[in-house]
Design a protein around this ligand. Sequence first.
Ligand code: SF4
Ligand code: SF4
Length: 412
Amino acid sequence: MSSDAVGDETPRVTHTGGMAGKSDGQGPADRIIDVPGLQALVDRLIARGYTVIGPTVQSGAIVNAAITSVEELPQGWGDDQDAGHYRLRRRDDEALFGYASGAQSAKPVFFPTEEVLWRGRRTQEGFTVEPDDSAGRDAPYALLGVRSCDLSAIGIHDVVLTGRVHGDVAYAARRAAAFVVAVTCSDPGGTCFCVSMGTGPRPEQGRGAPYDLSLTELLNGGPHRFVVEVASERGADVLDEIGAGPAPAEDVVAGDAVAEEADARMGRHVDTDGLKELLYAAADSPVWDDVATRCLACGNCTAVCPTCFCTSVEDVTDLTGDLAGRTRVWDSCFDADYSWIHGGTVRATTKARYRQWMTHKLGSWIDQFGMSGCVGCGRCVTWCPAAIDITAEAAALRAAAEPDERDAGTLP
Ligand code: SF4
Ligand code: SF4
């Protein structure tokens, strides 16, 4: 990944396709490290100037935070997830990455909840613009333990936020500077469906955002260790610095088995065949009326979704009137005000808002950006207080539409 100037001064994230000379993502270039080796990796990243962001246990959930030690990782913790349900549970082993996606993705790191776009102060001489880098104060970031679904989500944000005419300069700068350590998902949650969306469970070069290293955790057949896929030159450099040796062939095979087992244990499934056309044809489906009786329009689903990117701007002054600024904040299409325009709200009902969100996510996103807006992470299902399940609603739409739509020949 690199950054270069485009147009005015907009840095653009470009994907350079991984490591030269390594084409399949697995094989002879794989290395092996143990838990002290993982600590050495963290130490090297910190020595290189990165703030390492990794999973921790906080407030009964897996929460991303700045870490300096592997002892801060969720050792021995797993989770139970279902629609509207999330609980941590103790595992019977010492796994460091033995849980499914937590409430957070990489989104808040690269695309923070609040970002000062502009701030100025009235002075004796006139008005001076004050720089504010509070959202990226700790950059550059090294992300440890990024799931495959979330790599795909980062790849989507790279397109949405830097691939259009007016790029998000701050996002692009944070992305271009970041070091990414991915991880194979060994224990998918009850709401995961990355296999349906083609985004997981194992990171693959060329799918989603690029990464530098990818870990597959092994707990059996020897000491606690990690097969490390090397996906960038700087990733190889860091491993050389910590003296990571080549992975034994049997560990590479064991790592493949971890991914294959996870692949077969998805909590949920979505039939994506003709899904965009199904949604486009379903504007008047009674399914929307049904979901609207349950949806609280709280916006939780959009907050946890790693691809949702709706924002609004707030202009504020301090009480003295000397300091003024404009801040970009996360918003949600479930907010009635979000579609307020020229004296009215375009999507005045919860039914209209849920229909808009799901149709965009699984349908019109494809026409807009060339890819689905859903990576199958399951967060919107887990964290919905009304236990509304996008996979169940997709199935309900298909079931409600099939007799008519198939007769009309508009569905495959
Ligand atoms: S679908 Fe669930 S999380 Fe999303 S707005 Fe409705 S109630 Fe809230
Ligand atoms: S729509 Fe739901 S399952 Fe899909 S990416 Fe967003 S949070 Fe994850």
